[in-house]
Design a protein around this ligand. Structure first.
Ligand code: DHB
Length: 481
């Protein structure tokens, strides 16, 4: 029970010290909800306290987005639970870098996200609740929001600033929001996975301070304990090069064609970029380069993913799969194939070239880097020059800093003491929304810093897959300092 507080008369003429703290979480403002959660060990009946649409800054630009929901389990299968020391799952629902509001969510798990069968974003939240964890679901502004004057106010870095403000709010309310604020674990999918990894990489970075101050964010740390990223769409200013390196030879799923000169130029530029990162592969692989990265992914992630997938199949289904995929060798219960085999197997690529900084400014990312009344901008020199025809064209002056604020790779290079030390990284092997090196580099960068990284791929799974939510929930319970 909350400590007894002497009642204070709050009149307009009251003393300043008596003013209520606008960022104090009201423990009593909940509704009681119940949900039935299917888990690996059967259905769990969960009763929880649900706090809806709590504004997490004092000067919101749009409170419909800058608010969060909190779910606190109080009873599971008829037994009371005490969530006061429980981990806090901080689950964003950002997709496509679009605005994401939780203000109308009916309960934990938020609105269902379209995705392949076998798992969704909502699974992490509902399973966390059934495990006795506290679930915080923050909303955030997104790239399409525009005010009455035609000014875009949800473009970069709005979403990450909002999510950081939400983390600060949770920390600030330590002891009021149940749960252990030193065990905040972020999760998200795709653009939401990008933001989750960015929260992990940029904990307490000073570079967001002015943006946070402008919103009236709580004065507290925005560091998080662990970060989970599903198919994170990150490293945007280098993703066009990486995309052509990975999927450049694959045909387009739309049937349209890719300009081979553009694909070749970007693919060539990837060599220098990858070398500049000086990342080491795990298990003593050595420095990751454009020349060896396919082999690295094949050994470290693809074959293990195929092996796990095929071992889990019933014998008949495995025989059928192997007959349909004769390029895959199955020896001693292990999958064997080459990077070239794998690329042919994946088939069509999803995106045109360039995949992210479109010459015609039509990509979601062009909009993400819009500003003021400008809806979309180039954010790579390559696409800027190609589209303007001006070899001396320069990116707008504000862009380098904003690219840095949106890119966890930059923050990881800074080795911030406030970064997350535990990472859960997942992507489906059929996901051609970005290059597999983008995900691979995130994992390697954190590994090279000595952090604890649990990275794996889901064989034959597409964009947004989450096939081991139960393992993730277990992992949260196991990670310690
Ligand atoms: C998402 C997917 C993309 O391909 C992209 O470029 C950005 C975001 C998403 O699903 O969130």
């Amino acid at each position: 029970k909350a400590a007894a507080v002497a009642p204070v008369a709050l009149g307009v003429s009251g003393p300043a010290w008596a003013a209520p703290d606008p960022l104090a979480f009201d423990r009593d403002a909940y509704t009681v909800l119940t949900t039935t959660v299917p888990t690996a060990i059967g259905l769990k009946e969960v009763t929880y306290h649900f706090y809806r649409a709590v504004t997490y800054v004092t000067k919101p630009v749009d409170a419909k987005y800058q608010c969060l929901n909190v779910s606190v389990p109080v009873e599971i299968d008829g037994k009371p639970v005490d969530a006061n020391g429980a981990p806090i799952l901080f689950s964003n629902s950002v997709g496509g870098y679009l605005p994401s509001s939780v203000a109308d969510a009916p309960g934990v798990g938020g609105p269902p996200r379209p995705g392949p069968p076998g798992g969704t974003r909502a699974d992490n939240a509902t399973l966390a609740l059934a495990a006795g964890y506290v679930v915080v679901e923050p909303g955030a502004r997104g790239r399409t929001l525009v005010d009455a004057n035609g000014t875009f106010h949800g473009t970069a870095p709005a979403a990450i600033v909002d999510l950081k403000a939400a983390v600060r709010y949770v920390r600030y309310n330590k002891g009021r929001i149940p749960g252990n604020t030193e065990r905040i674990v972020t999760t998200g999918v795709s653009a939401g996975g990008a933001l989750s990894s960015l929260l992990g990489a940029s904990g307490d970075s000073p570079h967001y301070a002015t943006w946070l101050r402008e919103l009236g964010a709580a004065q507290a740390s925005d560091a998080v304990f662990a970060s989970a990223a599903y198919c994170p769409i990150i490293d945007l200013e280098h993703a066009d090069m990486a995309y052509e390196w990975n999927w450049g030879e694959n045909p387009l799923s739309s049937g349209a064609t890719v300009d081979p000169a553009v694909s070749r130029e970007l693919r060539t530029a990837f060599t220098d970029y990858q070398a500049s990162l000086r990342l080491k592969g795990k298990n003593g692989f050595g420095t990751l380069t454009a020349g060896n990265y396919g082999d690295y992914l094949t050994r470290t992630h693809l074959r293990p993913a195929a092996t796990k997938y095929l071992r889990a199949l019933a014998a008949d289904d495995r025989t059928t799969y192997l007959a349909a995929n004769p390029w895959l060798e199955w020896n001693a219960d292990k999958a064997d194939f080459t990077w070239a085999d794998f690329l042919r197997h994946v088939g069509p690529r999803k995106k045109k070239a360039p995949a992210f900084d479109a010459f015609d400014l039509s990509s979601p990312e062009n909009n993400l880097f819009g500003t003021g009344t400008t809806q979309a901008r180039h954010f790579t020199r390559y696409s800027l020059r190609k589209s303007t025809g001006d070899d001396n064209a320069r990116l707008d002056r504000d862009l380098p800093a904003k690219l840095g604020l949106m890119n966890p790779m930059h923050s990881l290079e800074q080795r911030l003491p406030g970064r997350a030390r535990h990472w859960w990284i997942r992507v489906g092997t059929l996901d051609t929304d970005t290059s597999l090196t983008v995900v691979g580099n995130l994992a390697s960068a954190a590994e090279n810093l000595g952090d604890d990284v649990n990275a794996a791929m889901y064989w034959d799974a597409g964009h947004g897959a989450n096939e081991d939510a139960a393992e993730f929930i277990t992992w949260i319970g196991e990670i310690t300092d």
